[in-house]
Design a protein around this ligand. Structure first.
Ligand SMILES: NC(=O)c1ccc[n+]([C@@H]2O[C@H](COP(=O)([O-])OP(=O)(O)OC[C@H]3O[C@@H](n4cnc5c(N)ncnc54)[C@H](OP(=O)(O)O)[C@@H]3O)[C@@H](O)[C@H]2O)c1
Length: 430
């Protein structure tokens, strides 16, 4: 006996990069449109999108009749599933909340609203007896959310480490491989469409912070608010640090590291020096890679294109096709109040670069301050003295308490032979 599955009646909000690709794939792929039917498309400017859809599907296409610029008309139609693809926080969040209240399933690729309102939105879906899925919000088409919610739920997850922002990874790869400056590499990423004209969210680490919050909230069984995540971007990274790290056998990567250590959660997004033979060091360009450590399953490794309209469309359509029978669509965050470790309480090894006047007694003074603050030095390398009589000191520390390190650097910064703000980077712990 062949059981006919009922077709989902879909309403799409936002026909940008991803929205248009989702629409094109549903319209053109028989494997997909057997199960999905687009009934409504909500846009802000109907004339603009009439032109876009006419040139994409032809002037006689029935798709043109689905366009509306009126949310009431959209939500009161007989769609059963809303696909939110406008991004940003508002009105995206209001639309998603309304859709759930109107008892429509929701699929979204929006990391911002899921990171800020995961409890709110998932519990609203349960109360309204519908589903919400958001696989594309982290790692685009790389399967992570469904895997964490459904397939790894029997595991206690102790650590998630990832390169989860393709733009910053592209910039860092270009600085490392082609010796380009940060500005040149950013421009290159923008020209290739890997970085937006306003790159703040990517290079400042905020995009990775949203994604780390989502992964952590699912993996650790309670909300990991973005405010609990220590964030440092790559915007102040110079070619000097890239090349000194290279000489020392490291590659600098923007990592999101989330750990559950003795029932305290710690999450940080920052540039890390990763040993050059570690698999994360080899993840280049706009690729993402995520390592998940579970008590039963051990270390799992996921890698792929974590952005781009095709990869994102794969996740959005996957969410739609599986929504009726999905467990992940019914995510119920556990009612756990998680405990968090503050950044100051964490322990790690550091790379520190100090630009100093090359004169007698400098090293002794710096070493004394570190020692008084219980920061133990593993090595010091003095780079060549420049024409102005200044030299870089590259200091690698043993494991030290973050708070002690900050106190040392506060003191060191005030010394009159220090000529630039100290540069500090994490060293990745294997
Ligand atoms: N692109 C990727 O690689 C990628 C990867 C993973 C996740 N995502 C997520 O996918 C979502 C969409 O990304 P995208 O790259 O497609 O963005 P995009 O190209 O900027 O498209 C956004 C679309 O939303 C429309 N829009 C904005 N506000 C609207 C409103 N109030 N009502 C109706 N339409 C509205 C915009 O139309 P107008 O401005 O023309 O009105 C535009 O067409 C975002 O949440 C993004 O974070 C994207």
């Amino acid at each position: 006996m062949i059981i006919q599955r009922k077709k989902l009646k879909i309403g799409i909000i936002g026909i940008g990069n991803v929205g248009l690709q989702v629409l094109k794939d549903i319209q053109s792929n028989d494997k997909i449109n057997k199960f999905l039917n687009v009934e409504k498309i909500l846009v802000r400017d109907k004339d603009k999108y009439l032109n876009i859809l006419e040139s994409e599907f032809g002037v006689d296409s029935p798709v043109l009749e689905k366009l509306t610029d009126d949310f009431n008309n959209f939500i009161n139609s007989d769609i059963d599933t809303v696909v939110e693809l406008i991004g940003g926080s508002n009105p995206a969040k209001e639309y998603v909340k309304e859709a759930l209240n109107y008892k429509k399933n929701v699929v979204t690729a929006n990391k911002e609203i899921i990171a800020s309102s995961i409890e709110d939105l998932t519990s609203s879906a349960i109360l309204n007896n519908v589903k919400i899925r958001f696989e594309a919000a982290v790692g685009a088409g790389i399967p992570l959310i469904e895997v964490l919610i459904d397939m790894l739920k029997q595991n206690k997850i102790s650590k998630i480490t990832g390169i989860i922002n393709g733009t910053s990874n592209y910039i860092l790869s270009s600085m490392h491989n082609s010796n380009k400056s940060f500005d040149e590499s950013l421009k290159e990423a923008q020209n290739l469409g890997f970085a937006e004209s306003d790159p703040t969210n990517d290079i400042g680490g905020f995009d990775a912070m949203y994604k780390a919050s989502i992964l952590g909230s699912i993996a650790f069984g309670g909300k990991v608010p973005i405010e609990s995540i220590a964030v440092k971007g790559i915007e102040n990274l110079s070619q000097k640090d890239i090349s000194y790290s290279k000489e020392l056998g490291f590659v600098i990567k923007l990592l999101a590291v989330s750990e559950n250590k003795s029932s305290k959660i710690y999450s940080k997004v920052a540039p890390y020096l990763v040993p050059e033979n570690h698999p994360l060091a080899k993840v280049s360009d706009n690729y993402n890679a995520i390592e998940i450590k579970g008590d039963l399953v051990g270390n799992l490794w996921f890698q792929g294109q974590g952005a781009g309209k095709l990869s994102t469309t794969s996740a959005v359509i996957g969410d739609l096709l599986g929504i009726e029978n999905s467990t992940s669509g019914n995510l119920a965050l556990e009612d756990n109040e998680l405990n968090f470790l503050s950044d100051d309480e964490t322990v790690g090894k550091k790379y520190i670069r100090l630009n100093v006047e090359d004169k007698f007694g400098v090293l002794e003074k710096i070493a004394g301050i570190f020692s008084r603050n219980k920061v133990s030095i593993a090595s010091v390398i003095q780079k060549e003295v420049d024409a102005k009589g200044l030299a870089d000191l590259v200091i690698m520390t043993h494991e030290s308490l973050e708070n002690n390190l900050k106190n040392s650097l506060d003191e060191i910064q005030k010394l009159n032979f220090i000529k630039e703000d100290p540069k500090t980077f994490e060293i990745y712990k294997l």
